[in-house]
Design a binder for this molecule. Sequence first.
Ligand SMILES: [Zn+2]
Length: 164
Amino acid sequence: MTPEKAKTTEVSHSRAKPFPWRCPECGKKEVRPATVAHTSRIKHDGRLYTVEIPGLRVPCCGACGELVFDNDADEQIAQVLREQLGLLSGEQIRMNRVELGLSQRILAEHLGVAVETISRWENGVLTQTRAMDRYLRVYFGVPAARTALVGESGTSRLGVHVET
Ligand SMILES: [Zn+2]
């Protein structure tokens, strides 16, 4: 619920402190960029997955070996998990949205999710569930599905559906 979440993409990268960082484990100022083989256990969508990355770019302490995960490292892991699960990448979601000429806010309205959710999917910081992934594919790939969700005025029709 912080206002800064309304901004997108570059924020997390541009505010990174210059290296070397102080190590949160041993306290020495020896944390520098490194590339390591890394295996993570990630809980997603109610299940636990093993994500193996042979060349993870992550800041590492030269004194004690502690890995200091930053946004970039988290995004690499999330990206590999998405590939492993066969889910749309953040870039694919963004490209599909832009092709339809939609803002994040409009897409969020059509799908019935928060605009922050769209932003996080596209930035790679949040991985969509499989159900949401299928919903996105139907929305992007099937014009009739979009028509069903959007009235001609651009507002959602779902609210006026009446069961008879
Ligand atoms: Zn250390």
